[in-house]
Design a protein around this ligand. Structure first.
Ligand SMILES: [Zn+2]
Ligand SMILES: [Zn+2]
Length: 162
């Protein structure tokens, strides 16, 4: 599926190909909450890094999240690059050197109408803010941490690879 996305002010536009465009993941971690606003759950799609086209790249800044390790009381910086528009603050996509062939665009930045997921996966519930309520459907899965199922595996299980 061809996806087109943009930031809110319109100074950054991008497009890419996605075999995994269902926005089924809801992440409740503090990075999503603080950087995406509200109760969090930024929703990542799976896209192909190869075909990524960007207009207005000079307006993009990258945030490397600070990760605090509760057990060892140490902070380290995440390798993952959270790309956002430095003019309006919109989150655009995540790139991780762990998966160099992939781009994970935020569903919030995509302008192409996305298909509706038949079920959701709620993750990192151990970081959920106390005031956020999980709105889970009957088939939804819930995880305190990350699910083992990847974005690609979820699409394969439900026969939704495009
Ligand atoms: Zn912008
Ligand atoms: Zn998150």
């Amino acid at each position: 599926m061809h996806l087109e996305g943009s930031c809110h002010c319109g100074e950054v536009e991008f497009s890419l190909t996605s075999a995994h465009p269902y926005s089924y993941q809801r992440c409740y971690c503090s990075i999503c909450r603080k950087t995406q606003g509200g109760g969090g759950y930024s929703i990542n799609l799976g896209g192909d890094a190869n075909g990524l086209k960007v207009k207005g790249r000079h307006n993009i800044a990258i945030y490397h999240a600070k990760m605090r390790d509760e057990e060892h009381q140490q902070a380290h910086t995440s390798d993952a690059e959270r790309h956002f528009c430095k003019l309006c603050g919109s989150g655009l996509w995540l790139f991780s050197p762990q998966w160099p062939e992939l781009i994970h665009p935020f569903a919030s930045a995509i302008d192409t109408p996305l298909p509706t997921p038949p079920e959701h996966t709620h993750l990192l519930l151990d970081s959920k803010a106390s005031w956020v309520q999980v709105q889970a459907g009957p088939k939804d899965q819930q995880f305190e941490q990350y699910p083992k199922e990847s974005i690609a595996q979820w699409h394969e299980r439900l026969g939704l690879v495009r």
